[in-house]
Design a protein around this ligand. Structure first.
Ligand SMILES: Cc1ncc(COP(=O)(O)O)c(C=O)c1O
Length: 399
């Protein structure tokens, strides 16, 4: 009899973490690898946030807190939703966990039974299907092609919903594509969802503040007829360069929020008291960091997209947000690398790129769409310049 549970056997370790590990191993072995796999901003947490955390430690803010968030943090989150999204919530409609991933995990654990279905548009963030599989429910993937901007079409959503569908997961701006839904696109999806009252919507807004000029962020809870069925997840990880602090939160129906607290009370208890104090400052303190940082990301995006599109066989859309691009390498599949190895698919492509030209990226198939790869441009311009010339050299070496 295996000591490992059946539910664990259904899932695989995160492929994005696997790429970072491989890159680190090669670096440790003395190779000059440029890692474009990271899912975190390269900026440091702003100083005002760090100082509040230091003060919290000095003031003895070091004990257990309320399981699903301190009153101060919940208040800051309520105010954030009002200020930035014009959404009204009360404290008992808010939950705080140890990162956005934790909140999603708890929400799925709290609501899914075996046989339930969760619709996940692909390309998707790698953890969604595995979290759903852990619960015993079924991820139902809808592939969203490059020519539809990697975004879900209302018709495809309508055709995929069944009476077993419990959740639709929406993520905008998206990891891995950066694609972001306009208000109009969300309204069109909402028309389908209004007709299907069994479907709840998990809106993963973690990249809300990583979006570029001309794009106006809109979230599906802003549609009054749906608000009661939407769990809006967000966090400080990406917006405030706080990935290591582990604070994520969500707002939504009281019943789900209460169920999440129940799970948390029997598993992790509260997220770190010090991190919660820091998150209050992130959400309520000065916000100029966000626009300064977005400007730097936008410059990098423009550079990366333009360099990639100069390469024969590569095609790259220009996304509205997040810090990823998702270029197609379909034009190079079937070619051979300089060692004579045939590139049968995107996984071969990224492996060969890493082995021959020392650039670590992630294959599109890890995100549910083959023939692409994900580049994270959350790294210095200097690294990006080097990486782009290596990718070009690699692609030109294929025959
Ligand atoms: C789309 C998406 N959702 C959620 C998360 C989780 O964020 P956190 O670090 O707050 O757990 C990530 C992190 O990579 C992400 O890319």
């Amino acid at each position: 009899m295996s000591i490992i549970s059946d539910s664990l056997k259904r899932i695989k370790p995160s492929p994005t973490i696997a790429v970072s590990t491989k890159g680190r191993e090669l670096k440790a072995a003395g190779k000059d690898v440029i890692g474009l796999g990271a899912g975190e901003p390269d900026f440091d947490t702003p100083q005002n946030i760090k100082e509040v955390a230091i003060k919290a430690i000095k003031d003895g803010d070091t004990k257990y807190t309320a399981v699903d968030g301190t009153p101060a943090l919940k208040k800051a989150i309520v105010e954030k939703f009002k200020r930035e999204n014009n959404l009204d919530y009360l404290g008992d409609q808010i939950t705080v966990g140890a990162g956005g991933k934790h909140v999603i995990y708890n929400a799925m654990m709290a609501t899914l039974n075996e046989g339930d279905e969760v619709i996940i548009p692909a390309p998707y963030w790698v953890s969604y299907p595995d979290i759903v599989l852990l619960t015993g429910a079924k991820p139902v993937i809808i592939k969203c092609s490059e020519d539809q901007g990697f975004k879900l079409k209302p018709k495809d959503l309508e055709n995929t919903i069944t009476n077993k569908t419990k959740w639709l997961i929406l993520n905008s701006p998206s990891n891995p594509t950066g694609a972001s839904y306009s208000e109009n696109e969300i309204r069109n999806l909402a028309e389908v969802l209004k007709k299907n009252s069994n479907v709840h919507i998990l809106s993963d807004d973690i990249y809300e503040h990583v979006s570029y000029e001309g794009f106006k962020f809109f979230t599906i809870a802003q549609i009054p007829e749906l608000k009661e069925r939407v769990l809006t997840m967000n966090g400080v990880s990406k917006s405030y360069a706080m990935t290591g602090w582990r604070i994520g939160y969500a707002a939504g129906p009281k019943e789900i929020i209460k169920a999440i607290a129940k799970i948390q009370s029997q598993s992790t208890s509260n997220p770190s008291s010090v991190s919660q104090a820091a998150a209050v400052e992130a959400l309520s303190g000065k916000q100029d960091f966000i626009s300064e940082r977005s400007k730097a990301f936008q410059e990098r995006r423009d550079f990366v997209v333009s360099e990639l599109n100069k390469i024969n066989g590569i095609n790259c859309l220009k996304p509205e947000g997040a810090f990823y691009v998702f270029p197609s390498c379909k034009g190079l599949i079937g070619k051979k690398d300089k060692n004579g190895k045939k590139l049968e698919n995107d996984t071969n492509f990224v492996q060969s790129l890493l082995e021959n030209n020392n650039v670590a990226v992630v294959q599109g198939s890890a995100f549910g769409l083959e023939g692409f790869f994900r580049i994270s441009y959350a790294t210095s311009m200097e690294n990006l310049e080097k990486a782009m010339s290596r990718i070009k050299e690699f692609c030109e070496s294929l025959s």
